[in-house]
Design a binder for this molecule. Structure first.
Ligand SMILES: [Zn+2]
Ligand SMILES: [Zn+2]
Length: 117
């Protein structure tokens, strides 16, 4: 199910996408530049197996990006409370979101590249 007015349902491919499967996708959040897993269905509450799958995929992504233990999973849904998503935040994410250019979409997976300023 999709919701036309929901930005997570629209799933714009703008920043780097780390992963995509039938249940979810993982990309850099446009607002805070940290890896974020997004459920492909619209709804705040996903089935438990889907949540486990999504948090597993997000952790695997963040293990590569930040190293195991170099981040925490943040399940608080501030900007889009009606659509399940979770962030993997490294301790430095706030400074990075202000100072680093956003990553760029070049297809799913592959090397993460940032925009030139
Ligand atoms: Zn974010
Ligand atoms: Zn949605």
């Amino acid at each position: 199910m999709r919701e036309p007015d929901c930005e997570l349902c629209r799933a714009d491919r703008f920043t780097h996408w780390y992963h995509e499967d039938d249940i979810c996708w993982v990309a850099d959040c446009e607002a805070c530049a940290t890896p974020m897993v997004v459920w492909k269905d619209h709804g705040a509450v996903a089935p438990e197996e889907a949540v486990e799958h999504m948090l597993g995929v997000l952790s695997a992504t963040a293990d590569i990006r930040f190293g195991p233990g170099g981040y925490r999973i943040d399940r608080h849904m501030r900007q889009v409370p009606g659509h399940f998503h979770a962030h993997a935040r490294d301790p430095d994410w706030q400074r990075r979101s202000w100072s680093e250019p956003l990553s760029v979409y070049r297809g799913v997976g592959g090397v993460r590249e940032t925009r030139s300023r």
